[in-house]
Design a binder for this molecule. Structure first.
Ligand code: COA
Length: 306
């Protein structure tokens, strides 16, 4: 059995905060933020369930499937609407689905945890044939907009994909990892804002992701040269450059949205995927490598044949 991504959908809230807007209230500048992160603007004001529903609707239309065709909904989010029910229940209702639904929280690596989980469930006998996998996060709501060390980085957004059984496409190799000893460098307590040791996160993320991509490629029996499209988590363009450089992937093979979105956590990889689709590089047979990292720390990689 093989599984392919049959449709992609995204959603970004209307309200935009530019670097120049930020520089009016905190001690920073467009030049500093752009040089250190590659971010120019971010969307804010999103509600996790609403963005997920909107992106899910677009993905279903892109794949040509109806709500009745969806056998399972997996929502990756770190910013659920409520403590419970799981936000996936709200999304299931909003999209008029009648299937099972659950949330995954692996912070910014959540989309990849969701992807591998979906693939595993689809592979068991009698498992779902068509899965809606959605990444939606509203990190702007967890951001202290007076703290220049974090306010420059985060934004809201959602991206969804439809996974379906098909003779074309497959998951060739994957890796999921975590190191809970690194909780203290990136976390958010209930009722508080995101706390982060930026430099430490930068270093640990590069190391973890490079190792993860190497493992997934080795599981797939491939090398970096085989990758046609590279979709890394959109946290910082310098992190993306460091990873691409160490793995040995030319930057031309990456498709980035970070300048316009900032770090949208679970949504960043499907948003980058939509950009790659718009750029016309997601052709049948292309080898696509998705990789990400997040608080925990967590990380993950999936190498797929499109
Ligand atoms: N505007 C202007 N100056 C700033 C600033 C800002 N927003 N934030 C920090 N500075 C200053 C610092 O005070 C420091 O000044 P000093 O040299 O006088 O002490 C200087 O810029 C360098 O700070 P530093 O923290 O070393 O910068 P950096 O190059 O590491 O960039 C981050 C900071 C946060 C952009 C970078 O570390 C990063 O992106 N880390 C990863 C974060 C991440 O991806 N988190 C999410 C993971 S899912």
């Amino acid at each position: 059995m093989t599984i392919r991504i049959a449709g992609i959908g995204t959603s970004l809230p209307e309200k935009i905060i530019t670097n120049n807007d930020l520089a009016k209230s905190i001690d920073t500048s467009d030049e500093w933020i752009n040089e250190r992160t590659g971010i120019r603007r971010r969307h804010v004001g999103g509600v996790t369930s609403r963005m997920a529903i909107e992106s899910g609707r677009v993905a279903m239309a892109d794949a040509g499937v109806s709500p009745d065709d969806i056998d399972l909904l997996i929502l990756s989010t770190t910013t659920p609407d409520q403590r419970f029910p799981a936000t996936s229940a709200v999304v299931q209702s909003g999209l008029e689905l009648s299937c099972g639904a659950f949330d995954v929280n692996a912070v910014c690596a959540g989309f990849l945890y969701g992807y591998v989980t979906a693939y595993g469930l689809m592979s068991i006998p009698g498992g779902p044939s068509t899965v809606l996998l959605c990444g939606s996060d509203s990190l702007a709501s967890l951001t202290d907009w007076t703290d220049r060390s974090t306010a420059i980085l985060f934004g809201d957004g959602a991206g969804s994909v439809i996974l379906e059984r098909h003779e074309q496409g497959d998951l060739l190799g994957w890796d999921l990892g975590a190191d809970g000893n690194l909780q203290s460098i990136l976390y958010c307590d209930h009722g508080d804002f995101i706390q982060m040791e930026g430099r430490e996160v930068f270093k640990k993320a590069v190391r973890a992701v490079v190792g993860s991509v190497d493992k997934a490629l080795s599981n797939a029996g491939l090398t970096a040269d085989d990758i046609d499209v590279f979709l890394p988590h959109q946290a910082n363009i310098r992190i993306i450059e460091a990873i691409a450089n160490r793995v040995g992937i030319p930057m031309e093979k990456t498709h980035n949205v970070i300048a316009d979105t900032g770090n949208t956590s679970s949504a960043s990889i499907p948003l980058a995927m939509a950009k790659a689709q718009a750029n016309g590089v997601l052709q049948p047979g292309a080898v696509v490598c998705m990789t990400g990292f997040g608080g925990g720390m967590t990380w993950g990689t999936a190498v797929v044949r499109w």
